[in-house]
Design a protein around this ligand. Structure first.
Ligand SMILES: C/C(=C\CNc1ncnc2c1ncn2[C@@H]1O[C@H](COP(=O)(O)O)[C@@H](O)[C@H]1O)CO
Length: 258
């Protein structure tokens, strides 16, 4: 007598592996009332997947865009707030949408500048342990539970990064971008630091300590541009197209370092 056989999608189950119920039956049964599965990694994978689906869906038709980073703590009356507004306005005038973290401070300023200039003002919000809402200048907002899904969007939908003075969050975003470009995980794109007084010390340290100690190459430092001038920042952003074209033709090729 042949043993019972059960097909579960591509999987064949025999003997003791044959289940006593069908997949549909298990799906529709809710008798146990248990809900702890929502805290399992398997369920989280689906939530993570849905963040990518929603993010890609919301931003797929965005067009050319620049991600603008900077401190969540910049007060409205701080010169950096005005600088971020001015930068976003100039980016919109140059034909770019502006993407921020959707929060307060510099993010709010950039969204305000972009929205008031009639451009597309995007906020990629993040769920935080304390109450936090998207700033009122965001016109397309997507909220994320997971930092890494959100960070993918900043890179995927931007032609360049502009980085205003900021803290840990800003540095994280800056160095993630630089690492992605350095390791050629993304096509080379401009990373513009705005604020020579604030960033100058960091750039000096990168050159005098990190480069001098052989932890990065001269070519890696060339990825960063430092300026106080908004027009210069926008021009650097606009160089993204020619950078991409150079890379496609191999002009920008530097040897991959071991
Ligand atoms: C701490 C405060 C608000 C936090 N709210 C944030 N909302 C959205 N995005 C944020 C927030 N805080 C950090 N980020 C991301 O990091 C960058 C700013 O971090 P920094 O440490 O302030 O430099 C920013 O670009 C965001 O993407 C205060 O109310």
């Amino acid at each position: 007598m042949s043993s019972p056989e059960h097909q579960r999608g591509p999987v064949t189950l025999r003997r003791k592996q044959v289940p006593s119920s069908t997949t549909d039956q298990r799906l529709l049964d809710n008798k146990s009332g248990r809900a702890d599965f929502i805290h399992s990694d398997t369920w989280r994978v689906l939530r993570i997947q849905s963040e990518f689906v929603e993010g890609f869906g919301a931003l797929a038709e965005l067009g050319p865009a620049v991600s603008v980073f900077g401190s969540a703590r910049t007060p409205v009356d701080h010169p950096d707030y005005a600088l971020a507004e001015q930068l976003a306005r100039a980016l919109v005038e140059a034909g770019f949408a502006v993407i921020t973290g959707g929060g307060p401070g510099t993010m709010e300023a950039a969204n305000k500048g972009a929205s008031e200039a009639g451009g597309v003002s995007v906020g990629l919000g993040i769920e935080l342990p304390f109450e936090q809402s998207m700033n009122k200048w965001v016109d397309i907002g997507v909220n994320f539970r997971y930092f890494f899904a959100r960070k993918t969007m900043f890179v995927k939908y931007a032609q360049a990064f502009c980085v205003l003075p900021g803290g840990f969050g800003t540095l994280d975003e800056l160095f993630e971008a630089l690492t992605l470009v350095q390791t050629r995980k993304v096509t080379r794109f401009p990373v513009v630091l705005i604020g020579t007084r604030y960033w100058g010390g960091l750039v000096d340290w990168l050159r005098e300590t990190m480069l001098a100690d052989g932890k990065i190459s001269e070519h890696d430092l060339d990825l960063i541009q430092l300026t106080d001038d908004i027009d210069e920042a926008v021009a650097a952003v606009q160089s993204a197209e020619s950078l991409a074209a150079d890379q496609a033709t191999g002009i920008d090729e530097a040897p991959v370092e071991a």
